[in-house]
Design a protein around this ligand. Structure first.
Ligand code: ATP
Length: 214
């Protein structure tokens, strides 16, 4: 089984990496594709290009052989639709079961995703419990879940796609929003992200970094 973990990764932080490793271990995944999404320039920080987000992710993932940093969404123009990415992963590895990995907050927003009902034609969905992810389950999502919930990874192995598993992971209340806010305020984000990522941010003066001492 192969996983896909997409995100803005603006920047990648320790919770992304820890929960990614938790899911790799829990599901004994062959590999997990870490896929930065394309962000329209008007929404992202103009200092932090997709190339920077990708470079930080590569530094963060180096040394973990089951993580594969995958820039396929950055190669496509326009918005990144997960359903297209899953189709493309499926085309690359026919016969391999795919798992779409999302945090609780992303899962709750699923009904707003492009062609969201089609996602489970290509993959299982594994939801990682995220501390302080607030929000109610939309009723469309709740009814869609009926009959799809799996209790364990064996059930995911037995079907090619279409099941949803809630996976407990190491609870870490870290968010990229908080990491960016600390840097903008001139405070250190150290120990919330890997040192090589923090070094990269300072080398390139991203997120207003440069005034921090450590
Ligand atoms: P931002 O604060 O900018 O929204 P983020 O920290 O949520 O960023 P993303 O790149 O948007 O990071 O998230 C990528 C994926 O990682 C999403 O599915 C998200 O739910 C999940 N994720 C991020 N942080 C955590 C966490 N602390 N615990 C569990 N899942 C997380």
């Amino acid at each position: 089984m192969v996983g896909m973990f997409g995100g803005t990764f603006d920047p990648v932080h320790n919770a992304h990496l820890r929960v990614a490793l938790d899911v790799v271990e829990a599901g004994d995944l062959e590999r997990l594709h870490l896929i930065p999404c394309h962000v329209p320039p008007h929404r992202g920080d103009p200092d932090v290009t997709a190339e920077h987000r990708l470079a930080m992710l590569k530094r963060a993932a180096a040394g973990e052989p089951r993580f594969l940093v995958d820039d396929r969404e950055l190669q496509r123009d326009g918005p990144s639709y997960t359903v297209d990415t899953l189709r493309s992963l499926h085309a690359d590895a026919a016969g391999v079961h795919l798992v779409l990995v999302v945090g609780t907050d992303s899962f709750l927003s699923l009904p707003r995703w492009h062609q969201w009902r089609e996602l489970v034609e290509w993959a299982h969905v594994v939801v990682l419990e995220r501390p302080f992810a607030v929000g109610n389950m939309p009723s469309t999502l709740e009814s869609w879940l009926q009959g799809r919930r799996a209790e364990n990874w064996t059930e995911l192995r037995e079907a090619p796609a279409g099941r949803v598993l809630f996976q407990p992971v190491t609870p870490m209340a870290v968010s990229a929003t908080d990491v960016r806010a600390r840097m903008r305020a001139g405070r250190s984000p150290r120990y919330l992200l890997p040192d090589p990522v923090w070094d990269y941010i300072r080398e390139h003066g991203l997120y207003g970094a440069g005034r921090q001492v450590g």
